[in-house]
Structures are given as C-alpha cells and as structure tokens.
Design a protein. Structure first.
Length: 554
C-alpha cells in the first residue's frame, strides 16, 4: 500500500562481463517499490587503462538515473580534465559531476527527461491489471481506513509529526480567531437598538463544530467534548430576559467574563488535542525511505497549501482569503525562490545519487554524491571508498542553511529529501546568489583514490537498498564467504538481493527499496560461465548430427 506494491517484484535482472584483469556481475531488483528507479554502468573498456562501474539511485522518477547512465560516461570521457587525470583525478570527477548536473537543467535535456518520464508512465499504464492483486489490496484498504492519521501519512511518505502539530496549532488558532470575531460582532450589536438581542449570545457558546474538527485531525472518531463553561442557548435566553432591566454596564462585564472563560476552555481543549497529536506522532519513527525514494517537492506538493508558511508565518494571523495566501507565499521566498512550491517537473523534482568507480591497474578512484556506496574488500576487511551524504552532517548542514534551506527533525531538507547531494533535484538549486555546487542539494562529489594491493579481492558498488539492510562489513563477509566456497558472481548477486528484501512493508521501510548491486572481482580474468559455453557449442553439435546421415547415404 501507499508507496509500495501489494507484493514485491522479485525478478532479478543480471549482467555479467569482464576483461583480462577483472570480472563483474550486476544484479537489479525492483522489490516493493512501485517502479524501478535505479540505473547503472559497467564498462570494462571505458578507456585504455580504465574500467568504469557506477550505480545511480533515482528518486521522484527514474528519468534522471536512466539519462545519467546513458550519457554520463561519454560526458566524463570528453572532458579536458579527464585527459589530464594523471595529475588531478579529483578535478576530473568534480568537473564531470557539476558539469553534467548543469547540463540536466538545459532546455534540450529537460525536454528529453520529460519524454523519458512520459515513456515510463505509458509503460506502467500498459501493464496488465492483475485482478488477484487488486483483490488482495482490499484488506489493506479496510485496515488503512481504521489507522490513525500518522500511520496513513507514513504509508504515503509524509512524516506526520510536524504536519499534525502544525495542523493542530492552526486549528487552535482558528478556534480562537472565531471567538474573537464573535466578540467583535457582539460589540457591534450592543451598540444597536437591541443590546440584549439573541446574537449577543454567540460569545458564550464556543463553536462545537470546530472543536470536533480538532478531534478529526487527530484521527479520532469520537466527538470532541464541549467546554465545561459552555452555556446552552435556552439558559442564556432565560438569563438575558431576567437581566433585561439590569444595569447595562454590569451585563457587559458579565458577558465579557463568560467570553473569557469560553476562550480559555477552547484554548485548553485545543492544547490537549495538540499534546495527543504529538504523543501519537512520536510513535511514527519509521522513515519509509522514500525517503530518498520519494523526493521532497513531489511529496510536499500534496500538502503545500496546508504547511506553506509554517516556519516563518506561524505567529501571523491565518486567513483563507486567496489574496492573503498569495502575500504569505511571497514572504516565504528567499532570493526569489519559493522553496515549497514544488511540482512534478523531471530533473527539477526528480534526481539521482551517483557513485562512480574507476578501476585502473594499480588503483581505484571513487566519486560519490549521495548515499550510494562503494566498498573494497582488503584481506577480508571492508574499506569504505565513499561517504554517505546526509543533511544532518556538519558540512552538509552548514551548506544547506547558507543556501536558505531547512532541515526537519527527521533529517529532511525542506521536509523532502533525506540526502544532501545528488544529480538533478534542481528545485533545490534555485538560489541565484550561489554557484551550483553550493546549493542546498549539491552534485559536488567526494573523491577518494585507493592504491590497490595484493590483498584486495573484490569491490562492491550498491545503492542504499543494500546498505540500509547490511553494513559494509556484513556485505563483505557475505560475498567473501560465498566466493571462497566456489560461488559464482551471478548467484551471489541474486542471493544478496533476496537477502535484503523485506518480507513485508510493515516495518520501518528497511528492505522495501529498489536494489542494485555490482560485484567486481579484482585480479581475476573474466571467463564466460560454462552454461554459456554449452549454449554456444550446441548449434555446432546439432550441425554435425544433421550432416552425418547425409554422409552415410553417400
């Protein structure tokens, strides 16, 4: 349900190859996700002395990852700095990542990304509808109908803690404003000919409809209780009739007293509901990884009308008037950017992490932006060749704040992405006073070069669908054990994909993401598997068997 399929797609696509110095296999599985948004490169003859392996983990759509897979290697190879890589390999990769990210926002590429996104949608809509699958979703739909609000929001990739708190605070504000408006109206009536008319009773009767709305936002089916100081209409009318001849000033003071009590009662009730909402939201610790898998702008879009202005305008009066909302929206813009007005533009509201490993004869160089990871096995120990970029990290946090962004309590930039570096995602890169590499989401890679030794046996490059389920050392142990037992790369890759797949989507999202992994055996010339050799030999054997009878008849 929500951001997941009712049952996972467990078909595993594999690719094998190599050259005279290494062998590799890549495996990819869609898993529980609605779509496969990963892409990769495995080019053993990338350059005269270099093989290139990369994994691109898309979010908000597959188009940026796919486009990068198709075009980034050639873009890198054509750079002048790549030709001078011997003197500064880091500069070559930095130029490539930033230059390619800049290319992604050009009109021609944006048009192509849109076409790729449309092609993906057409392919999805063309899939046969599985009636059994639809029927199997019915129990989940009934179950979801009875879930608390925070659980439902979590299923759709929206963190409820801050949203519910905000909704409750706004509901409270509207209740109090409603009381204030009633007071103003009553004072106007008191200046009329009938100061004790029925309309003056409003301030002694808090709006129970709004109070019930507070309960509904909290996910409760129970009606909110009326404040203890609420005066019924009949009681109020009797009281007014008895005091009709009393001093007008005393009546006014008494009415004000009732209004204050009612306001305090409403405020107390709303505060109680806010606390209940916070307690309920505290249970929502699961991050549906959409996290990365579900990008900020596209998710925030559905609730942007509700939460817009929640940070800077929380102390201002709330008004549903469209002109007032437009004014509030303009106040949210920094450097001409409205950071909460995201849409569904490919390349703007979609992106991809990138981890690219260049394998030379004597070294491995890894360039990484995001939380895709490369790990080297050295004498059985895991050696991380990349660093996961997360918004809460000090370097990332400083850049995000400087660019005008915010980081939520659950580590999301502007309530959206839970990573801080990626290709694409240009919705987050519109601060015109900063260079592209300094935007809140940056494509600038960390580059690490590691000299190869005889103890280095294999390299693993994989998306976070692997790393969220297993640590670097666990992956190294998993692969090493099977290689030493004579296991083939293809089956090891398939096995690790199945191992990382969650049995259900009821957990915290671990094991529910797309999975892509590349394993590269170093100092191991590629030899086609025996099954492939048999398939190639079979036609020749059949030819001989067909020619034999002819020779006999002659």
């Amino acid at each position: 349900m929500g951001a997941y399929l009712s049952k996972p797609k467990t078909d595993i696509e594999t690719e094998e190859g190599g050259n005279g110095s290494l062998s590799y296999c890549c495996a990819s599985m869609q898993g529980w996700r609605l779509n496969q948004e990963d892409a990769h490169n495995a080019i053993t003859d990338f350059d005269s002395d270099c093989s290139l392996f990369a994994v691109y983990d898309g979010h908000g759509g597959a188009e940026v990852a796919q486009y990068t897979s198709l075009n980034f290697p050639e873009f890198l190879k054509k750079l002048d700095s790549w030709g001078q890589r011997e003197s500064d390999i880091a500069k070559a990769f930095e130029d490539a990542f930033i230059g390619f990210d800049d290319k992604l926002r050009s009109p021609d590429v944006m048009k192509r990304l849109q076409e790729m996104a449309n092609e993906g949608k057409q392919k999805d809509s063309g899939d046969d509808i599985d009636q059994d699958e639809l029927d199997s979703e019915k129990p989940d739909l009934f179950k979801e109908a009875n879930l608390p609000l925070n659980a439902v929001l979590g299923n759709y990739g929206i963190k409820s803690k801050s949203l519910i708190s905000y909704l409750m605070s706004q509901t409270k504000k509207r209740l109090l404003e409603s009381e204030g408006n009633d007071d103003d109206e009553d004072e106007d009536d008191e200046e009329a000919d009938c100061p004790t008319g029925p309309r003056s009773l409003k301030r002694t009767m808090p709006p129970t409809t709004n109070a019930k709305d507070v309960a509904d936002v909290n996910g409760s089916e129970k009606s909110a209780k009326e404040p203890e100081n609420t005066v019924t209409e009949e009681e109020a009318i009797d009281k007014v009739e008895k005091e009709a001849n009393s001093n007008g000033t005393e009546k006014k003071e008494e009415d004000k007293e009732n209004a204050v009590k009612a306001e305090e009662s409403v405020e107390s009730k709303a505060e109680t509901e806010v606390e209940q909402a916070k307690d309920l939201a505290d249970g929502d610790k699961a991050d549906a990884e959409s996290d990365e898998s579900a990008p900020g702008p596209s998710r925030v879009k559905d609730v942007s009308d509700i939460i817009k202005g929640s940070d800077s305008d929380s102390d201002e009066d709330y008004d549903e008037d469209e002109e007032e909302e437009d004014d509030d929206d303009s106040e949210e813009e920094e450097d001409g950017v409205d950071y909460l007005s995201g849409g569904e533009t490919p390349g703007d509201d979609s992106g991809a992490t990138a981890c690219v490993a260049a394998v030379f004869k004597d070294r491995i160089v890894v360039a990484n932006a995001g939380d895709t990871r490369a790990v080297l096995c050295r004498n059985g120990e895991a050696v991380d060749l990349s660093y996961d970029h997360k918004p809460e990290d000090e370097v990332e946090k400083n850049r995000i704040y400087k660019a005008g962004g915010t980081i939520s309590a659950d580590g999301r930039v502007n309530g959206g992405l839970n990573l801080s570096r990626a290709l694409g995602d240009h919705f987050y890169k519109k601060n015109t006073s900063l260079e592209l590499k300094d935007q809140m989401i940056s494509a600038l890679p960390d580059v690490k070069s590691e000299k190869l030794t005889p103890e280095d046996s294999f390299l693993v490059v994989a998306c976070d669908g692997i790393w969220n389920s297993m640590s670097s050392q666990q992956v190294v142990d998993f692969v090493k054990e099977r290689l030493e037992s004579g296991g083939e790369l293809k089956y090891i890759c398939e096995e690790i994909c199945r191992h990382c797949l969650a049995p259900t989507t009821e957990g915290d999202g671990t094991g529910c993401d797309n999975i892509t992994v590349i394993i590269v055996k170093l100092n191991c010339p590629y030899v086609p598997r025996k099954t492939e050799e048999k398939k190639e030999d079979k036609p020749a054997e059949e030819e001989k068997s067909q020619e034999a009878p002819v020779a006999a008849s002659a």
